[in-house]
Design a protein around this ligand. Structure first.
Ligand SMILES: Nc1ncnc2c1ncn2[C@@H]1O[C@H](COP(=O)(O)OP(=O)(O)O)[C@@H](O)[C@H]1O
Ligand SMILES: [Mg+2]
Length: 423
C-alpha cells in the first residue's frame, strides 16, 4: 500500500511483538506448572475424598491433611509468582500496544493527510491487517483465564475443607480395645440430611461375635447405609447401636474404627507403593507381614509380576491394576490389620472369572474367625453365612438361614434368589 508505512511497521511491530510474546511465554510456562500442581492436588483430593471412608477407617486424617497442606503450599507459591509476573506484564504489554498503536496511527495519518500518498480506506485496511498480527495478545488473555479458573477451583476446595465434621467424639469418650460379645441395633432409623425419607426404618438386630451375617436386598434397600452406621460415618437419626452394650457414640471414634475392617465396592488405592498401600495406616510395618497378608489375599503373585514388585507405585498416576487386583490389595490391607469386625460390601461389578475365584477365596479367608457383616450377591457367600438379613425399603423383612428363607414362596428372598444371586 505504502512502502513507508509498511517499512515503519516492519521495524516497530516485530520489536514489540517479541517483547509481548516473551512475556506470554513465561506466563504460559508458569501457568502450565500451575495447572500441573492443580492437577496433582485434585488427584490427591479426589483420592482422599472418594477414599474418605478408608481414610477415616484407618485413622489417617492427620497424614492426609499434612500431605494436602504441603501440596497447597507449593501451589500458593506458584500462584504468587504468576501474579507478580502478571502484574508487571500487563502494564508493560498495554503500554507497548498503546505506543505502537499511536505511532502507527500518527505515522499513517501523516501519510494520509499531509503526504496524501495513501487513501484513508487503504489505511483502514492496513490497520485491520496489523491487528490480525496480534495473536500473542489474545494468548495472554487466555492464560489469564486459565489462572482464573484454577483459583476458582482452589476456592471451591477450600470451601469443602472448611466444613466442620459432624461426627465428633463424645465429651469424655470411652476407650475400647476389643470386641467381646455382640453388636445390637436398637430401633435404629435413619434419613440423610437432604431428605426426610427414612432410609432405615426401626432396625432391630443383634449380631453375635464370631458370626457371618449376610445382608441382602434389592438396590437402594439401604444395605450400604446400614453398615455405614457401624463405623459412624453417619449417626442414626433415632435409636442407637450398641457394641458390647456401650452406645457407639460414647466410644472413642478412633477405637471404634480400629475394630472394624472395611472392604467396599470402590476399592481405594493411593498414589504410593504397593507396600504403602497395603500397610496404609500403619506407621512402620514388617515387610514380612505385608507379604503374608498379600499371600492370604491371593495378591502376592501378581505383585511380584509388577515392574518393581512391592515397590511399584500404583494408583491414578502409577501402574494401573485390574478390578480384581485392586480388590485383592484392599483385602490384604484389611487382613494385615486383623480387625475383629469386618464390613464387606461385595462387588457386583464384573470381574473376570479367574479374578473372581481368587477374590472369593481371599474374602472367605477374611471372614474366618471374625464377626462379619457382608452385603452379599454371591450365592456361595450367602450360603456360607450363619445368618441372612433381608432388607427391603429400609426394613428388615426376613431373617434366617438360606433354606428357611427360600421356603417362603412369596418372600422377597426367593425373588432375589431367582433374579439376583449368582455364582
Ligand atoms: N449420601 C447419600 N445422600 C443421600 N441419599 C443417599 C446417600 N446414599 C444413599 N442414599 C439413598 O439411600 C437409599 C439407600 O441407599 P443404599 O444404602 O446405598 O442402598 P443399597 O446399598 O441397599 O443399594 C437410596 O435411595 C439412595 O439413593
Ligand atoms: Mg450399596
Amino acid at each position: 500500500i505504502s512502502w513507508q508505512l509498511t517499512l515503519f511497521s516492519l521495524i516497530v511491530l516485530p520489536f514489540s511483538l517479541i517483547i509481548i510474546s516473551y512475556i506470554g511465554l513465561i506466563l504460559r510456562k508458569q501457568s502450565g506448572l500451575l495447572q500441573q500442581k492443580m492437577a496433582d492436588i485434585t488427584t490427591n483430593l479426589h483420592e482422599t475424598i472418594t477414599g474418605v471412608k478408608i481414610v477415616k477407617a484407618f485413622g489417617m486424617e492427620e497424614y492426609e491433611n499434612k500431605k494436602f497442606f504441603s501440596e497447597t503450599q507449593k501451589f500458593f507459591k506458584l500462584v504468587l509468582r504468576i501474579t507478580r509476573i502478571r502484574n508487571i506484564s500487563s502494564p508493560v504489554t498495554e503500554f507497548l500496544s498503546v505506543i505502537v498503536g499511536v505511532l502507527i496511527i500518527y505515522f499513517g495519518a501523516q501519510l494520509v493527510i499531509v503526504d496524501k500518498s495513501i487513501k484513508p480506506s487503504e489505511f483502514i485496511t492496513f490497520l485491520f491487517a496489523i491487528f490480525q498480527l496480534m495473536p500473542p495478545v489474545k494468548e495472554l488473555s487466555s492464560v489469564n483465564n486459565r489462572i482464573q479458573e484454577s483459583s476458582a477451583a482452589a476456592e471451591r476446595i477450600f470451601e469443602i475443607l472448611d466444613t466442620e465434621p459432624k461426627i465428633k467424639n463424645a465429651e469424655s469418650p470411652v476407650t475400647v480395645n476389643s470386641f467381646k460379645e455382640s453388636i445390637t441395633f436398637k430401633d435404629v432409623s435413619f434419613h440423610y440430611d437432604d431428605s426426610d425419607e427414612l432410609i432405615l426404618d426401626r432396625i432391630n438386630l443383634e449380631v453375635k461375635r464370631g458370626t457371618i451375617n449376610a445382608i441382602v436386598g434389592s438396590s437402594g434397600a439401604g444395605k450400604t447405609t446400614m453398615v455405614d452406621l457401624l463405623p459412624r460415618f453417619y449417626d442414626p437419626t433415632s435409636g442407637k447401636i450398641l457394641l458390647d452394650g456401650i452406645d457407639i457414640k460414647e466410644i472413642r471414634i478412633e477405637d471404634l474404627r480400629r475394630l472394624m475392617g472395611i472392604v467396599t465396592q470402590e476399592t481405594v488405592l493411593f498414589n504410593e507403593s504397593v507396600i504403602r498401600n497395603i500397610a496404609y495406616g500403619l506407621e512402620n510395618c514388617d515387610k514380612e507381614k505385608v507379604i503374608e497378608a498379600a499371600k492370604a489375599a491371593n495378591a502376592h503373585n501378581f505383585i511380584l509380576e509388577l515392574p518393581k514388585g512391592y515397590d511399584t507405585i500404583i494408583g491414578e498416576k502409577g501402574t494401573k491394576l485390574s478390578g480384581g487386583q485392586r480388590q485383592r490389595l484392599s483385602i490384604a490391607r484389611a487382613l494385615l490389620k486383623n480387625h475383629p469386625i469386618m464390613i464387606l460390601d461385595e462387588a457386583t461389578s464384573s470381574l473376570d472369572n479367574e479374578s473372581e475365584v481368587l477374590v472369593q477365596e481371599a474374602i472367605e479367608r477374611l471372614m474366618q474367625d471374625r464377626t462379619t457383616f457382608v452385603i452379599a450377591h454371591r450365592l456361595s457367600t450367602i450360603r456360607n453365612s450363619d445368618r441372612i438379613i433381608v432388607l427391603d425399603k429400609g426394613k428388615i423383612v426376613q431373617d434366617g438361614k438360606h433354606e428357611g428363607l427360600l421356603a417362603d414362596q412369596s418372600g422377597i428372598y426367593r425373588k432375589l434368589y431367582e433374579l439376583q444371586f449368582r455364582d
